[in-house]
Design a protein around this ligand. Structure first.
Ligand SMILES: [Cu+2]
Length: 284
């Protein structure tokens, strides 16, 4: 009886645990941010990101197939060619057909991986004509965004929100920023990335972008977000003790909202002197 009760409570506990986990992941399973128990890539909101995610799935199946095939061969060999069943070992030195096959088949597999892979690399590295260009500068430890003259000509800093109570409902802890980068939906956005001090990296998983921010160099990446929403990334190059606290928040909004935000920001950040020396939040 006691065992039965114990078993019942264990079942109830595990059901509760599963429900809790599912509940949490459901509450968090919004695009553009990590969720608990996530094993795959984040939900992609760019066409390129979706292609990369599909390629990742394709590779996973291919690798699984190869591993199972090798495992099956090993098991067959263990079962059929062990010493007990084969007291007199084979003296075969070569088998032309087999050797041609095990050379050509892997070559074909590599070609089947290389073609979509190089196609994706090209799409990523050769950006289409940009509708909006934004400059992102990494500082120790926050990001600065600059909208050029054709977008209003202003710049502002984007710091992590440290006071939990100040987070908006759609902002997760350690990812919410005080001033987000705002971009229009369905437009090609080119981000020019650099750093003012050490090497940082501008990365946003659901757009499939990651590019190093290197002092003295201007790197670039691009994305075309297909869906309005709030998307999060983080600095992805270990840059110092503030490294985990420099999130990237990008808000993708409609064309009208973007125009309104530009007009508002132009006023709000008008006081920013574009020729001012670089500001260091943690300068000594
Ligand atoms: Cu960093």
């Amino acid at each position: 009886m006691r065992i039965e009760n114990a078993r019942r409570s264990v079942t109830a506990l595990s059901t509760a645990a599963v429900a809790l986990v599912l509940g949490i992941s459901e509450a968090w399973a919004a695009a553009g941010r990590p969720s608990p128990w996530e094993t795959g890539m984040q939900e992609m909101v760019t066409e390129l990101g979706q292609s990369v995610s599909d390629f990742h799935t394709y590779l996973l199946w291919l690798i699984t197939g190869i591993c199972l095939f090798v495992l099956a061969l090993l098991l067959v060999i263990i079962a059929r060619f062990n010493e007990r069943k084969n007291p007199v070992p084979s003296r075969t030195t070569h088998h032309t057909l087999l050797e041609v096959a095990w050379t050509i088949v892997p070559v074909l597999i590599l070609v089947a991986i290389a073609i979509p892979s190089f196609r994706l690399l090209r799409q990523q590295l050769v950006p289409p004509q940009a509708d909006v260009v934004i400059k992102a500068t990494g500082y120790s430890w926050y990001w600065g965004y600059e909208y050029p003259a054709d977008q209003g000509g202003f710049k502002f800093d984007s710091n992590m929100i440290t006071d939990q109570a100040a987070l908006k409902p759609d902002q997760p802890r350690l990812l919410g920023a005080d001033n987000a980068m705002v971009v229009p939906v369905g437009k090609v956005v080119r981000v020019q990335v650099t750093s003012a001090d050490v090497i940082h990296a501008f990365a946003l998983p659901s757009f499939y972008i990651k590019v190093d921010a290197i002092p003295g160099r201007l790197n670039e990446t691009w994305f075309k977000a297909e869906k309005e929403g709030v998307y999060y990334g983080q600095c992805s190059e270990l840059c110092g003790n503030g490294h985990p606290y420099m999130p990237i928040e990008i808000r993708v909004v409609s064309e009208q909202q973007y125009a309104a935000w530009l007009a508002e920001s132009k006023q709000k950040y008008a006081s920013t002197d574009n020729t001012a020396p670089l500001k260091f939040a943690n300068a000594q």
